[in-house]
Design a protein around this ligand. Structure first.
Ligand SMILES: Cc1cc2nc3c(=O)[nH]c(=O)nc-3n(C[C@H](O)[C@H](O)[C@H](O)COP(=O)(O)O)c2cc1C
Length: 164
């Protein structure tokens, strides 16, 4: 499912074109407005085997800025921020598809172009010995760790844009 291009939220927003791994692409606009992770809450979503959202809790809906009925049935890359390197998601997919748990820091894009950081734990949902989908639970991230990871992610992204 192709997600519609974003409309520019304001004059200072930065335009980017995202090419997703399913072959679709989308124009997004990002702002430097960060929305803090809500205290005392968990942000939860579930997907099918292809990463299409099948469940979103209230905190997920509120933080993403999308309506629940816009999220259910959409690919999870609806939240992909242009500052996130592809290799971070490759690690997630390699682990959960192999039946393993994955932890990581993710900068997520909200519908309005602002962003929020999370510390995510993604796991496969296993029924009768088969992986039937995936769940991710996000907690409040460590600011120290975010500050350590920003330059690391920037470097990975640069390498992906111009591999040497
Ligand atoms: C359970 C689960 C949760 C995910 N949560 C996020 C998320 O919060 N933000 C995000 O950008 N991608 C998330 N992803 C990864 C996306 O499916 C996707 O791989 C990523 O956004 C990069 O887009 P692309 O693979 O289409 O290039 C999640 C995947 C799974 C299986």
């Amino acid at each position: 499912m192709a997600i519609p291009d974003m409309t520019r939220p304001g004059p200072d927003a930065v335009e980017a074109r995202l090419n997703y791994s399913d072959g679709t692409s989308r124009t997004v606009f990002t702002t430097d407005v960060e929305v803090p992770f809500p205290e005392g809450r968990l942000i939860v979503s579930r997907t099918d085997l292809a990463g299409v959202i099948t469940h979103a809790n209230d905190a997920f809906v509120e933080m993403s800025g999308w309506q629940r009925d816009e999220l259910i049935g959409a690919p999870h890359h609806i939240l992909r921020h242009p500052d996130m390197p592809a290799v971070a998601f490759k690690g997630l997919w390699d682990d959960v598809a192999a039946g393993k748990k994955w932890h990581g820091y993710v900068k997520n894009l909200r519908k309005d172009g602002s962003y929020y950081w999370v510390y995510a734990t993604a796991v496969p949902n296993i029924r009768n010995g088969q992986i039937v989908g995936y769940t991710s639970v996000r907690r409040k991230p460590s600011r120290t760790r975010i500050n350590e990871l920003i330059p690391v992610y920037r470097q990975w992204l640069e390498q992906e844009k111009s591999p040497s």
